[in-house]
Design a protein around this ligand. Structure first.
Ligand code: ZN
Length: 176
């Protein structure tokens, strides 16, 4: 856990020239688009970022993480999900520079000299959101109503316990 708050805005080109380091936290609520996908905007985003120059390009690398509350798709209660991303960005000024950027850098198009750090962090963390979230152990909400005509269409699936028993059998045999 980092003790210090992150700056709200950064000047990436200047920071890259100075080889600046950004380490700290900011409220999840600052990452408005990410928080909008979560049950609650409470919590912290942590980041450990190094700015530098790669093959002449202003660049940033590091990691960011957050614990967010999503809706469990089985019981529909909030579930805490840990997000963690490694970040490697190259800053480009305008679309025309995109093609020259080294392939090792993911482009971040700068629209101003100074940008909100939250914007950069949420762009990366949103990509780490799971498509669906589940608790490890929870009960599905009881099925209220079944659509008429939807029954009887269940696919025959092998019983997972039968498969387990088979595997166990194999392990037991190989032990002998
Ligand atoms: Zn659940």
């Amino acid at each position: 856990m980092f003790e210090h708050p992150l700056p709200l805005t950064i000047k990436p080109l200047k920071l890259a020239r100075q080889e600046g380091k950004l380490t700290g936290h900011m409220p999840l609520a600052r990452l408005q688009n990410l928080a909008a996908d979560c049950v609650s905007a409470e919590g912290l985003v942590e980041a450990d970022l190094q700015l530098y120059t790669e093959q002449g390009w202003p660049a940033l690398r590091g990691s960011a993480s957050a614990r967010v509350q999503l809706v469990c798709q089985r019981c529909l209660e909030p579930v805490t999900v840990a997000l963690a991303v490694d970040i490697t960005l190259g800053f480009v000024q305008g679309e025309s520079q995109l093609q020259s950027l080294p392939e090792s850098l993911e482009p971040f198009v700068l629209e101003a000299e100074e940008i909100p750090l939250a914007e950069l962090l949420e762009q990366e963390l949103i990509l780490a959101l799971p498509i669906v979230a589940y608790h490890d152990h929870c009960e599905p909400i009881p099925y209220q109503e079944q659509e008429p005509g939807d029954s009887g269409a269940q696919e025959e699936k092998p019983n997972p316990f039968a498969v387990l028993e088979q595997l166990k059998g194999k392990v037991d045999k190989s032990d002998n």
